[in-house]
Design a protein around this ligand. Structure first.
Ligand code: NAD
Length: 498
């Protein structure tokens, strides 16, 4: 069986690792590879390589760095298909969906191609008499990224192209459940001309994460994953003196007003709730029907949810693949059950679905629960699967209060034809990313991505301008160049006048 190795100092490496972890195909349940689990010594080796590489990369010209990014962009395009198929085979999502994450990740590389503009500082001529002031930003050194299973290429790409284009060197600890895409990206970086040691990958679990968090040679950590681990990473990383941005979980609400276009809304809610089997941090997992919106919406929604074609992600024509593990499937099923037990109405029940020929795969169909209330476990928890809960609100203000009372604040959307209502919603809602008739409002790469409340620990959002700020620190220079009168000749005789 294939063993997936680390990538340290420009080459695949086993290092001190003796433990391995299973990598499964969620569509069959079968183990398809093992991935090395790094020991602290492996993290040490990666940090040492990155620190050596920083000595020259941190001082390299912006032009040189952007040339690598332009080449990487071309290579990601050329390899889009292999990358998408690799992701689909380990994550379970459809190849087309995986292609979407390759494209959205590549857009961050495109932003990094323009790092010269993003890094421009300010300049004030004559800020005081004979004095000028300017500022500029410099890289931090060795920085690290720790990423989740649900976007094995896009989420790391939110981090390393920006960090590296800013002059840092990088150590990535990807999810152990779908690690292969990171190895492929490392090879593409090498082909793009990135010097050895600038981008490193160490695989593994908590042992590797803790070694990263405690390592004195790492200046900053970007984390994306579930809220409990995000909170832990932020606390432990900052206690060790690092700059940390830790993005956590979500419960994303779609507020549907009675004037929303019914078919458009139902189509987009279905895709946003069940695409990628609901395993997106920006998936819509709660719909809030305002006024009498639910009466018309639910029958259409139920029909569309039942029509979702569930099957292996590698087979064309499927809308939705399996979830990541058997435990994840059972967890989703347990929440469908607990919701019903606590008084919700089961509109669509995806439990018990089997895909012929894939009986051992981790499949569960789309489920919809109606008349869910904020006290139910199915609402208070991030289920992270193909389960949509529907709540009711009398009016828009009640819907906004409901969204704001939720501890998460990652994304939200409003479906309406009423501009004033949309504006009131976008201004009052305590959420980091808002869609107006856009169900999954992941900001494009020239903006930054991040939630509020328990969806983000730290101050800066990820990628875009805030990513540049996170991976650099500023210097402000105040300069005076006194005038020297060169016409005055040096005198050997004792000076008698000035
Ligand atoms: P996770 O928190 O289990 O794992 C994320 C990373 O942390 C992985 O690299 C994993 O190896 C590591 N990790 C896991 N347990 C750990 C522990 N006890 N100590 C130290 N490290 C540990 O998340 P996941 O299941 O891989 O991904 C799904 C979660 O990520 C969901 O909650 C989802 O909402 C969230 N997510 C958030 C965003 C966002 O932008 N806010 C984006 C994608 C995913």
């Amino acid at each position: 069986m294939k063993t997936i190795r680390h990538w340290i100092d420009g080459t695949a490496a086993t290092g001190a690792s003796t433990r391995t972890l299973p990598v499964r195909d969620p569509a069959t349940g079968a183990e398809q590879a093992r991935v090395l689990a790094a020991e602290p010594a492996d993290v040490d080796a990666a940090v040492a390589a990155a620190a050596r590489a920083f000595e020259s990369w941190g001082d390299s010209s912006l032009t040189r760095r952007t040339r690598v990014m332009f080449r990487l962009r071309e290579l990601l395009t050329a390899h889009e298909n292999d990358l998408a198929r690799t992701i689909a085979s380990e994550h379970g999502k459809t190849v087309e969906d995986a292609r979407g994450e390759v494209v959205r990740g590549r857009e961050v590389v495109e932003y990094a191609c323009g790092i010269i503009s993003a890094l421009k500082g300010g300049y004030s001529d004559q800020i005081s008499t004979g004095v000028d002031a300017f500022d500029f930003r410099q890289p931090l050194g060795v920085v690290a990224g720790i990423t989740p299973f649900n976007f094995p290429i896009m989420v790391p790409l939110w981090m390393h192209p920006i960090a590296i284009a800013c002059g840092n060197t990088f150590v990535l600890k990807p999810s152990e459940r779908d690690p292969s895409a990171s190895g492929l990206v490392a090879e593409l970086y090498a082909e793009a001309g990135l010097p050895d040691g600038v981008f490193n990958v160490v695989h593994g679990d908590k042992t590797a994460v803790d070694a990263v968090l405690d390592h004195p040679g790492i200046a900053a950590v970007s984390f994306v994953g579930s809220t409990p681990i995000a909170r832990y990473v932020h606390e432990r990383g900052t206690a060790a003196g690092k700059r940390v941005q830790a993005l956590g979980g979500a419960k994303n609400h779609a507020v549907v007003l009675p004037d929303a276009d019914l078919d458009y809304t139902a189509d987009h809610l279905t895709a946003a709730a069940f695409g990628s089997a609901g395993q997106r941090c920006m998936a819509i997992s709660a719909a809030v029907a305002v006024g009498d919106a639910a009466d018309a919406l639910l029958p259409v929604l139920a029909e569309k949810a039942k029509a979702v074609k569930v099957g292996p992600g590698l087979e064309p024509g499927n809308d939705m693949g399996p979830v990541i593990t058997a435990e994840a499937r059972d967890r989703v099923a347990s929440y469908v059950e607990s919701g019903a037990a606590q008084g919700a109405v089961t509109v669509v029940d995806g439990r018990g679905l089997t895909v012929p020929g894939h009986e051992q795969g981790f499949f569960i169909g789309p489920s919809i629960l109606d008349r869910v209330t904020p006290d139910m476990d199915v609402y208070t928890t991030e289920v992270f699967g193909p389960l949509l809960v529907v709540l009711r609100a009398a009016d828009l203000d009640e819907a906004i209060d409901l969204v704001n009372a939720n501890p998460y604040g990652n994304g939200t959307a409003i479906f309406t034809g009423d501009g004033e209502a949309a504006r009131r919603f976008q201004r009052r809602v305590k959420v980091g990313m808002i869609g107006v008739n856009v169900p999954i409002p992941v900001p494009m790469s020239h903006y930054s991505f991040g939630g509020w409340k328990d969806s983000l620990f730290g101050d800066t959002h990820i990628h875009g301008p805030e990513g540049v700020r996170f991976y650099t620190r500023a210097k402000a220079v105040t300069a005076r160049w006194p005038h020297v009168d060169r016409s005055v000749e040096a005198a050997f005789n004792f000076p008698t006048h000035g």
